[in-house]
Design a protein around this ligand. Structure first.
Ligand code: GDP
Length: 331
């Protein structure tokens, strides 16, 4: 079994590669829900939607989100009724939000609703929300605190960012199956997702970081940063706001207390050497996923370097070493 922590478009591309190079029923996805929002009264979970669509073959490759070939007639009609239209939901996509909202209103948890929907779409991999409790990513800007979707979609991530917090995280519990999936996986992979707002909320749920430190399989991360910039999106701005350099060193720092292997782009060979000198295993590869072949090749590379062996018997010791190293680095 492989466990993948993921969120957003970079993660969805990586998972698309993974599902094509290994049996999907052997993959468990733990998905960010910090971006979830109520839109037109419906419960929308953008990252769970993207992963569900990618695993059922419905994802629009051009857009990287939503359903392929979708139309936007409802959006148009809502605009005519004076409703907000900045968050684009396609007509077919709405079916997902309608059904999830009904299941939640009937008393199902987000995990149960997610399983019910993914089963109906024939998804063989397991999709777990990070938590059934509400954890909201809040972005603090000079204009006030914004939800992630307000910051990212409505305002095109133009606001300077002061900090990011995950409201509700301290009281949240990991969803059923999450901790066990991490602890028992043959390998845990952190997808090339935004370390602050896609992986950060998952790590903020109590117990998940600790589980990653004690995982029996190796924990690998694929860097969403190449050189000193993200491949796309605001990861660089958000990392800087959180005191992390926008580089593979920043990605390594975000995950330093549990990371066994960092997979970075071949263009970062020199920075990789520096990280290796500090004791981290780093594998350089072609990490830009333009084509389906790119996605599969990256998935194969990551699997080849993680699945080959579990952490050594003295893994508790090596985890303790990592925690000590992380603690010593704190300012
Ligand atoms: P957001 O767009 O910043 O909210 O972040 P997401 O978690 O949705 O995923 C986008 C992240 O994936 C960004 O940080 C990108 O740099 C990264 N990303 C997107 N496409 C690729 C790719 O082809 N290769 C790699 N390595 N990273 C990618």
């Amino acid at each position: 079994m492989i466990c993948v922590l993921t969120g957003g478009t970079g993660g969805a591309k990586f998972v698309d590669g993974l599902r094509q190079v290994m049996p999907p029923e052997e993959i468990t996805m733990i998905v960010n829900t910090g971006d979830d929002l109520l839109w037109w009264g419906l419960y929308v979970s953008p990252d769970i939607d993207s992963i569900t669509y990618v695993l059922s073959g419905l994802l629009s490759r051009e857009r990287g989100w939503g359903v392929k070939g979708d139309t936007f007639l409802c959006l148009q009609a809502m605009g005519q009724l004076g409703e907000p239209t900045w968050f684009h939901t396609g007509d077919r996509d709405l079916a997902m939000h309608l059904l999830r909202s009904r299941l939640l209103a009937e008393g199902k948890t987000l995990s149960e609703a997610t399983t019910a929907i993914s089963d109906k779409l024939g998804v063989k991999a397991r999709i777990l929300p990070m938590s059934d409790s509400r954890v909201e990513t809040r972005v603090d800007t000079p204009s006030g605190e914004l939800s992630f979707e307000e910051y990212f979609v409505q305002r095109w991530y133009q606001d300077p960012v002061k900090s990011v917090r995950f409201a509700g995280a301290t009281d949240a519990e990991a969803a059923p199956g999450v901790i066990d999936a991490i602890l028992s996986a043959d390998a845990v992979i952190i997808a090339p997702s935004n370390p602050v707002t896609s992986i950060g909320p998952i790590l903020a749920v109590p117990g998940i970081r600790e589980a990653l430190r004690s995982a029996r399989g190796k924990v690998a991360a694929v860097s969403p940063i190449i050189g000193n910039a993200p491949v796309a999106g605001p990861a660089g701005i958000l990392m800087t706001a959180q005191g992390l350099p926008c580089s593979i060193a920043g990605v390594a720092k975000a995950y330093e207390d549990f990371l066994d292997l960092l997979v970075c782009d071949a263009r970062d060979a020199r920075a990789a050497e520096t990280l290796r000198k500090n004791g981290l295993r780093v594998q350089c590869a072609q990490t830009i996923m333009r084509t389906s072949d790119d996605r599969m090749a990256l998935a194969r590379t990551v699997l080849a370097h993680t699945i080959s062996g579990l952490r050594p018997e003295e893994s508790n010791q090596s985890s303790a070493d990592k925690s000590a190293r992380a603690a010593a680095d704190q300012p």
